[in-house]
Write a protein of this length. Structure first.
Length: 159
């Protein structure tokens, strides 16, 4: 018989973050139109919410730069990133106002700024269907309206 032992940990934001970081997650860049220009953010909270209807979701921290603009968007594009996109992932993870400087975009669904890359493993263009306040984040559920895919392996992150 195998005996499993585990350590009991105090549940704090820091300990929870540390333990959840052990779980590998995918990496995506979300783009949208903000009131003062294009919005872009690297996330690892992106996931499928429903297949029928086609819904996906992601969460944004209430302390995020341009939070109010993000929660007001009517649509967004999800770019599932590949391993060779580390520079873009880092660029959109940084808290800088110039994330889009030198990055080519094309108009997507309803004029969304779509990263002009033909090698993202998956791109989903969505209209916001629901938003929910969930503690220190807001959950944005989008209905998938357009989808493109390329034959590249999605990036995963494990800290």
């Amino acid at each position: 018989m195998i005996r499993v032992t585990a350590n009991t940990l105090e549940v704090t934001p820091s300990s929870l973050r540390g333990q959840l970081a052990r779980w590998p997650t995918g990496v995506a860049i979300i783009t949208a139109n903000g009131t003062t220009g294009p919005l872009g953010k690297t996330v690892n909270s992106f996931h499928s919410a429903s297949l029928d209807p086609a819904l996906v979701g992601w969460c944004i921290d209430k302390t995020s730069t341009r939070f109010e603009e993000w929660v007001a968007v009517t649509g967004y594009a999800v770019h599932v990133m590949a391993g060779h996109h580390t520079d873009l992932v880092s660029r959109f993870a940084a808290s800088k106002p110039d994330r889009f400087d030198g990055v080519e975009t094309a108009p997507g669904l309803d004029g969304l700024p779509v990263l002009a890359l033909d090698d993202v493993p998956l791109r989903l263009e969505c209209r916001v269907a629901h938003t929910f306040d969930v503690g220190d984040h807001v959950y944005l559920i989008g209905q998938v309206c357009a989808m493109t895919a390329a034959d590249h392996v999605p990036m995963t992150l494990q800290r």
